[in-house]
Design a binder for this molecule. Structure first.
Ligand code: UDP
Ligand code: MG
Length: 312
């Protein structure tokens, strides 16, 4: 019997891109004769005609399945839902905008099919067409998070992967609320082969990531896979305690030797401001972790499904 490959596609307002996406992947699927294909589109609460477009594809091709959310839950939730819903012996996750070239699929499958690798991941080696400031901060982020976390995050890694069933099961067994896929993929281990490609522009529509969203996502990533910021807060506290201790000794000695002329008001204010600032920073860091813990303990569902192809 042929093995089944599931293509998991998170879609948020992707109406203009979906048709060309389907056509390109469909063409690839006809070249990969060893495999049966299924498409799992996850409509992440799109406000345009994405769902209609998916239903249209379903009418023409019964290999198309979909999950539609009750609202926008974000790409991470959409990816999880897709992985939950996919039945394949192999599962590939890719974006709907053709920024993850489907033409790589045969090459990826070659690497995984004899069981030498459990996962084939892709990274883009260029960031062409991206605002330079965004690339700059991305690079800083990867350098930071790799210093702070034992889990390795690859710069330029896409969420475009082909995985075995075993690895998919490992991923979906992790039901954490604050999902940071790049970290989760790395956390589960397994043998991963990396394939590199040049950056591709999206075919239609526009990116959903504003600078602010990416910034928040970066903080989420760091909190999810590192507790080093907490250590930094503690170390800052320690340094300031030591400084204070030294200063106290110096002042006592100075007062004993030279008496106590009044003065130093501006410097006192500066010290108060700085120490206050550092306290707030440390509190903020702790608060960030506490907030994440709070959300996790609520055990809210990561996504809520409104409909699937079975409802039709
Ligand atoms: N996406 C999603 N939910 C969101 C935002 C994005 O499912 O809230 C999907 C989107 O439809 C696309 C993929 O995630 O298939 C990547 O989004 P995008 O292309 O905007 O990101 P970029 O490639 O610019 O990083
Ligand atoms: Mg994209």
């Amino acid at each position: 019997m042929k093995k089944l490959l599931s293509i998991v596609v998170p879609c948020f307002n992707e109406e203009p891109a979906l048709k060309s996406f389907y056509e390109v992947v469909d063409k690839v699927s006809r070249e990969m004769l060893e495999l049966d294909f299924e498409f799992v589109f996850v409509d992440d609460g799109s406000r345009d005609g994405t769902l209609k477009e998916i239903e249209k594809l379903r009418e023409g091709d019964k290999r198309v399945k979909f999950v539609s959310f009750s609202r926008n839950f974000g790409k991470e939730a959409a990816l999880l839902a897709g992985l939950d819903y996919a039945n394949g012996d192999y599962v590939a996750t890719m974006d709907a905008d053709l920024q993850d070239p489907p033409a790589l699929l045969p090459e990826m499958y070659e690497a995984i099919k004899d069981g030498e690798y459990d996962c084939v991941a892709t990274r883009r080696v260029t960031r062409e067409g991206e605002p330079p400031i965004r690339s700059f901060f991305a690079r800083i982020f990867y350098r930071l998070i790799n210093k702070m976390s034992k889990i390795e995050m690859v710069d330029g890694a896409r969420d475009y992967r082909l995985m075995t069933r075993q690895m998919v099961d490992a991923i979906i067994s992790m039901r954490e609320y604050n999902r940071y896929s790049k970290g989760l993929f790395s956390f589960v281990g397994f043998k991963t082969k990396w394939i590199e490609f040049q950056n591709v522009q999206r075919v239609a529509g526009e990116t959903h990531w504003s600078f602010w969203k990416l910034f928040v996502y970066a903080i989420d990533g760091i909190c999810a896979f590192s507790t080093v910021p907490l250590v930094i807060a503690a170390v800052l506290g320690l340094i300031f305690c030591m400084l204070a201790f030294i200063l106290i000794v110096v002042i006592i000695v100075k007062t004993l030797l030279y008496g106590d002329p009044v003065g130093g008001w501006p410097s006192t204010i500066c010290v108060i401001l700085m120490v206050g600032g550092i306290q707030l920073l440390a509190l903020g860091i702790i608060g960030e972790y506490l907030a994440k813990t709070y959300l996790e303990t609520k055990h809210r569902p990561i996504y809520i499904i409104k409909s699937t192809e079975k409802d039709k």
